[in-house]
Structures are given as C-alpha cells and as structure tokens.
Design a protein around this ligand. Structure first.
Ligand code: NAP
Length: 353
C-alpha cells in the first residue's frame, strides 16, 4: 500500500526538495499551495513528477485560513509542515510574521489530529534554539531562544514551535510530533526563485556588498535536510523529539574566501574584506536590511547536531560542496550573471539530489 504524505508550502525552497526526496522514495505526495491558479510557481514540481513518474497532487490551503486543511490532511499518514513566512526584510508589524507561523501551525496540527494523521514533522529552526541567550555556548535541543530578546522572524519560529509542543502535549489525539531545527539552509535551487537564506551567497557573488559582515551561521544543505525530513517521518523513536540539523559555524568572511577561490577563474570578483563593525552600524542607520545584522555583529550561532546523527542516522555533506553548489545554481538559473558569459551555459547541470 502506498503512503500519502502532505507537504505544506510546496512553492518554497525547502518544501520542493522534501517533495523530490519523498517522490524518489515512492511516497504519494499531496502538497499545499496558496493559489491553485498560480501554475507557474509549481511548474518545476509538476515537471519533476512527470519526469520521475511520481504521484503528486496540489491542494489549496493558506496558513491564514481554516479553509482547505481538513481536505488537505484527509487520508494522509504524515504531514511535513514546512510553510512559514520567511521574508528578506521583516514587516513593520511583527504580527504579520508571527500570526501565520503560530496560527498556521495550530491549524495544521488541529486538522491532522482530527483526521488521525500518524505523525506531523514540523520545520522549525535554530532560530527557536540559539537566539537571545546572554552567554555564547553550544546550543542543543534542550535550549530555547529567549522570546523577548529576539527579532520578529526568530520570534515567529520560537512561538510557533512552542505552540506545536503545547498542542501535542495537551491533546488527547494520538498524532505524534517531530520537530527539525535547521540552521541556515543553502544548496541548489529547483527553480529560478531563491529563499532569503541564499542572499549572502548571491550578494557576494554579485558584488552587491563591499565585503562581509562579521557574523556567522550554522548552515545545512537543503538536500540533506530533505533526507532529515524523511528520516523524521520514518524513524519510530523520533516521536516527541526535536532535532537540530546544522553544521559548525561558518563566518561570512570564510564563505566569501571560498567563493572567491572557486569562482575567480570565471571572472567573479568576490569581495573578501571583512567590514568593521562601526561601519556596519553606520550603514544600518539608513538600511533596514543591514540593521538586522547589528545584534549579531561579532557573533555566530553554535549548535550541535549530534542527536540527529545519533538517533536519526542523519549525515551531512561537506559545507564547501553546499556553498559551491549554491553558487553554481544561482549562476545556472541566471540569478547571478557570470562576468564571462560563455561560462554560464556550462554550469547548467547542478546536482539537485
Ligand atoms: P521559502 O522558500 O520562502 O518558502 C516559504 C513557503 O511558505 C512558501 O511556500 C510560502 O508560500 C509559504 N507561506 C508563507 N506564508 C504563508 C501563508 N500565510 N500561508 C501559506 N503558505 C505560506 O522559505 P524556505 O527557505 O523554503 O523555508 C521553509 C521553512 O524552513 C520555513 O518554515 C522556514 O522558517 C524554515 N527555515 C528556513 C531556513 C532557511 O535558511 N531557509 C532556516 C531554518 C528554518 P508562497 O510561495 O505562496 O509565498
């Protein structure tokens, strides 16, 4: 018998890779989109299913509305709840992020519980683990970000995950919850649309920035994260657990050095200097995007993915491969143009799996 899985937010970067991973492993996939009439936004997935003979259907549901969720979860064994707003610059009113994240998660969980779904896997973030702490330390699944000391996006992820655990612990329904807490997600695109997390790589390659800000992240490859979602569905003992999916800290300056080294031959002149903090603070007065980096200047996240390695049997490819493939993909999809245009076409085949 085939197993049907619902994936929320099919048009997103991570959800697309999760759908590819599930189809590859013989699952029947139903996926939510906000607007069923917007065929172009999901054409890459329709093509993928057609090419691979995968069983994929789309249904309409929004995180802002109850409509459609009962139908979306019907006859599903598992739900991967991936959708959540992740804008490049936060809205002026943080409720625009928090409400869809929290209320949307509860909508999905309520519908799943009512329909007898076996397990929900929630895509949370290290944003719900590693932010707002006064002391720098390696954070684990025992840690929670400090809500009154963090920006809107981090708050939306923390509050949504907390609401999910409260729901799972309070309900008499038998639906299991597993949460993944990925770091900054990089890796190849499936279509010519980026996620917010591609911005540092894009900006460095395109020389949109004069240098790197002194900050770092704990990245994860989207292809490996898609595998983690499948394992979180499949491993019986995962029920009731959070799993951090991220690697060692990567400073933006080190990312720039790697890109400069690997893409110089094609004419890319990636800026490798690290900008002084005082300059970033000055620019932040005028630039809302830069302002987001001020609280993390001189700092990086530190998290441990040991639990995912140990309990899910999850592994991650070297981060250098991820960054290279991310850049290749941005070039192949024409999001960044190679100064030497003759090189662009030779970069068409980036491994997406
Ligand atoms: P993305 O490409 O921006 O995808 C976000 C998805 O959520 C899109 O499908 C979007 O639909 C959907 N969405 C947003 N608001 C919605 C609403 N009100 N109702 C229904 N759908 C809505 O982001 P991503 O990088 O794939 O992120 C996927 C998940 O991973 C998110 O939960 C994010 O918080 C989490 N995460 C991301 C990172 C990262 O570095 N990328 C790191 C940690 C965790 P539309 O296309 O219709 O807007």
């Amino acid at each position: 018998m085939t197993t049907r899985v619902l994936v929320t937010g099919a048009t997103g970067f991570v959800a697309g890779h999760c759908i590819a991973e599930l189809l590859d492993h013989g699952y029947v996939v139903r996926a939510t989109v906000r607007d069923l009439a917007a065929h172009a936004k999901r054409a890459h997935l329709t093509d993928l299913a057609r090419r691979t003979g995968g069983d994929l259907e789309f249904v309409a549901a929004s995180l802002d509305d109850d409509a459609g969720w009962a139908e979306a979860v019907a006859d599903c064994d598992t739900v991967l709840h991936v959708a959540s707003p992740f804008p490049a610059t936060p809205p002026d009113d943080e409720r625009e992020l928090i409400e869809p994240a929290v209320e949307g998660t509860l909508r999905v969980l309520r519908a799943a519980a009512a329909a007898g779904v076996r397990r929900v896997v929630l895509t949370s973030s290290v944003a719900a683990v590693a932010y707002g702490h006064e002391v720098d330390a390696v954070r684990t699944e025992d840690d929670w970000s400090v809500v009154d000391r963090i920006p809107a996006y981090q708050k939306s992820k923390t509050l949504a995950e907390r609401a999910a655990w409260e729901f799972a612990e309070s309900t008499s329904a038998t639906t299991e919850l597993v949460v993944l807490n990925p770091g900054m997600i990089l890796g190849p695109l499936l279509e010519a649309r980026t996620s917010t997390s591609h911005e540092p790589v894009r900006r460095l390659l395109a020389r949109d920035v004069p240098g790197s800000v002194k900050t770092g992240w704990t990245p994860v490859d989207v292809r490996d994260l898609a595998v983690a979602h499948r394992l979180a569905m499949e491993v019986p003992e995962a029920a009731g657990n959070r799993y951090i999916c991220a690697t060692d800290p990567l400073w933006m300056g080190d990312m720039a050095d790697l890109l400069a080294r690997d893409f110089a031959a094609e004419g890319f002149r990636v800026p490798t200097r690290v900008l002084p903090n005082w300059l970033v603070r000055l620019v932040a007065i005028f630039d809302k995007g830069v302002r987001l980096t001020v609280p993390v200047l001189g700092r990086t996240e530190h998290v441990s993915a040991d639990k995912a390695h140990r309990e899910l049997g999850w592994t991650m490819r070297p981060i250098e491969d991820t960054i290279r493939d991310t850049a290749d993909s941005l070039i192949a999809f024409g999001i960044v143009t190679a100064p030497d245009r003759s090189v662009t076409s030779s970069r068409a085949a980036v491994r997406t799996r």
